[in-house]
Ligand binder design. Sequence first.
Ligand SMILES: *[C@@H]1O[C@H](CO)[C@@H](O)[C@H](O)[C@H]1NC(C)=O
Length: 545
Amino acid sequence: MAMVHLAVASRIALALLAVVAGQEVDPEDRGNGLCWYNSILAECDRSFHRCCVEADPDCWRGIWAIAELCCHRLTDQHQQCFDDIEERVESKLQSLSILLARAEAAGLQEMVEGLVQNSVAYQVMLAQPLAVWAWACSVPDSPLIWSRNCDCCEPAEDYCQDSSLRDEQQIWAEFTRCCFPVYSRKTFHPVDDLLQASISSDLEMLRPRRESIWTDGPHLTWDLGDGRYAKGCIISVHEDGTVSSCPESHACHDFDCSYLRAVLLALRVIQSINPLPALDFVLNAGDETVENTLPEAPVFTRTGTLWTATLALPFEWQLHPAQCQRRLKEGMLAVERLRWEDRKAVLIWRGTHSNLWVEDCRAALAAKAEEMMERCVSLPPGQVRQPVWNFSTWLQLPRGRLVWLSRFVPFIDAKFVEASVSSQMPRMEKSLEEFLWDEELIGSRIAGEVFGQYKYQIAMEGNSATDRLSWQLFMGSVVLIPGKAWQVMSPLNMLQPWVHFVPVSYDLSDLVDRLLWLMSHDAEAKAIAQNGMAFAHRRGHSASA
Ligand SMILES: *[C@@H]1O[C@H](CO)[C@@H](O)[C@H](O)[C@H]1NC(C)=O
């Protein structure tokens, strides 16, 4: 193991030296070769030189591959994994062609069609090395990674259903060995100073004590409303590298414990690449705001305000390799070839009315005074924010204000999406809903790619921090971010106003001014959009790549 890391480190160091010294890089060393032949990257004049040496930010526009993946050479281990995957695809193609010949001879037309379809799918994969790798890594037990040959790939031969063929240990080992080249490299790298500083400032207020974590942690309770509650769940990393957690019945009362599972999955990846020292921490597996907790027993959670002693972890879709890749890829592929100049100078937003309401919250005051902002998002223990959407509350809620603005401002196109109004949780009073329909402020969902046709997007809080921010930044639009009440993951704290995004007041009182400025400063706007995208590619990417 150590040898491999050393080799990787010295190789990277050499590559860096070459760039720093302004020398032409060794023509043999073109980073990750998979990126530069036959792949989406090779189209549109993307070359190693342009993307990695000249570091042209446009190079990464609208594609899901990132510099971290493409500008570094693969380790021998990952190269070997890729070769194995490719070999399995080839062997599958071969067995498909034998089956095809037989089916044709027997005149089984339906079967022939199915087999042809399958063959084409595998041929396409062979032509797209990065895509086949990403696909193989999209689930831990993809047979493209673990099966000796590809008999068990889709369509699987009958005997592949036999569970004795599946060795869970081996499946897991192969998955982590093959699928996280960027994470593997980074985890053995010295820590980035800026990130370190951001993490330290996030942790400043906490004074963790092991006894409190153990004694108080399990007693922490968060009311999620409707009889559901989450309890503090202790997760322990042991000396021998294994991980254990509280039972699901403790962590999640009357709701699905999938977040706890996603966290454990992520820990498993971490442990199999570069294990953490022994430690214990408390997790809140619910997805509602947490009220203040003990600084001595800080809580990891997916939502938390700036005033709670909690630590933001990635959202579920960001922790799960498959979900994460899919979401980001959708966003990034959607904007392929959408030039800035061709986009509409309009702010686009679609979303649900997921904001929760606190009786004393006054949005306009919250924009000016931190105490009011705190009151708008957090309540004393025992009280929960309510889903109240009626004529006296809706303009105190950030999403309500945004949608109402779009009624009067031609360059703001913000609507609630239809399905969410009729079916989902926060109830909306009938008369308000009818009013919104009359005013055309409820519309149908729009596809991911449509967002890329607009120059401006806004990261609007819902009932917690907006998780959309992490893919909005990839889309090549300027992202406007309202005054924050919510914690975000440490890397996102490194976003700088006017460099990577445009700040907006919490009550949106300056939103129109900001947009007018952006429209009259299009070159600056484009630069901010590009900086945001470059940031996302460098720091905001948690995919399994
Ligand atoms: C909206 O709901 C709140 C909380 O239930 C209530 O106090 C208020 O009177 C309601 N307003 C209207 C116009 O119904």
